[in-house]
Design a protein around this ligand. Sequence first.
Ligand code: FAD
Length: 493
Amino acid sequence: PVGLVWLRRDLRACDHAALFHALRSCAQVHCIFLFDQAILAPLPRADRRVEFICDSLASLDTALRALAGHPQAGLIVRQGLAEEEIPRLAQQLGATAVFANHDDEPQSLARDARVRAALQAGGVALHTFKDHVIFERDEVLTLSGAPFSVFTPYKNAWLRKLNAFYLSAYPVERYAQHLAPRPESECRPPPGLADIGFAPTNLRQLALPTGSEGAARLLADFAPRLAQYDQARDFPAVKGPSYLSVHLRFGTVSIRELARLAWAQAQQPDSPGAATWLSELIWRDFYHQILAHHPHVVRQSFKPAYDAIVWESGAEAERLFAAWCQGRTGYPLVDAAMAQLNQTGYMHNRLRMVVASFLVKDLGIDWRWGEQYFAEQLNDFDLAANNGGWQWAASTGCDAQPYFRIFNPISQSEKFDAAGRFIRRYLPQLAALPDKLIHAPWKAGPLELAAAGLELVGAGEAMGPASYPRPLVDHAQARERTLARYAVVKAKA
Ligand code: FAD
């Protein structure tokens, strides 16, 4: 039989569930990546994620040809609508089955249902597999068979269930000879950005390596730092985390490879960082199963009572939100974090928590606005993790922090960027301020401002290269407003 592997968020040629199952059961296997018009059409014409995908497809194509051992094998790349293009290609190739990995986002499930129906009409089966997480859907449940909604018991159950089987790689090499040569008409390199109507971004200038080799490079760089991850991960000026999130998002690295490394090292007494990092990978599984079980979180609060909260609205809310997006809130750690996001598409985890809390609990803006902005900007945007992170920060989610625990943007800054190294990197106009003022420049007197060559400007005033905004809100007052805003929830509960 002929099989077709449809790659989506799993852009690698090793340890790949769908590819493995196709190769094992079909004598001839083709691989396709489809630039799905439904996904591409709404995007701006320059998008780092699209460029990341293009680069990664080139390396995937090379890897498939190397795996097959002949140049005519390789990736077929097409553009179109999935429900039209996948059945059309299956028919052209004479495939009897299409193989893909699970994607539990609501829109992806709906797309897959349409593709399945269209394939079935032509007598072709769609087989799908777990690949993207260690445990999915109903694999980790409470004793009474319900999904977990609190992280720590989930994590404990996850760890109890884990064994070497769940971490072992799919040995695609074993059946690599089943990779088929592409039809003559499909033997061309994957399209470049311009071919699909996109313009280059600053991805090349960022130190963000793409494709599976890129992921391997980041992992090799991170592995010696893993033992100290717990010490370093909270300080944005330090190279603490792995920076692998974009690779996990697009599947240029296998989650099993990462979890295997973390699990093995976590058994060693001298590697406290490994257990902490494994925990982060478990958070990722946790949010994926939350989304699978509770798809309403895409639009509503996980806890329905929180939908009674009345957020700021109208022109004033728009103004506050725009200032937050542009990194002009007057709180240096928040603004430096937003500059990191806007310039690179990445934001450090500690800062994601700080800016999310600031938007929701200092500015009183609906968490969904921030979630949407992150979705547009983050290279690693992942619906499950992003939604989970925002609902956690807004206290509306499962296992949220209690609403009365409100991050103080100044003490977070003093604690996690004490010497202002991160702030100075992204806000050069503050560079000459002494450390004690860098977290709250509005506390500087005229002489200190003059010495630092800095001018503070009010809302709406023009900003020059040496100016910085005065704070948009007073944190202590904002805190009181938030407690009042959230009281409606307590009243309902
Ligand atoms: P590391 O510290 O090296 O962690 C390793 C991996 O574990 C990450 O790559 C990621 O896959 C996973 N991980 C770590 N922390 C979390 C977490 N809290 N929840 C789920 N998975 C986690 N992560 C995304 O991948 N995509 C998002 O869109 C996203 N949006 C977020 C929004 C908010 C408001 C918050 C608070 C967090 C968000 N996160 C998101 C989680 C986390 O911030 C990033 O995964 C992490 O910063 C990525 O950097 P890293 O790869 O260097 O992480």
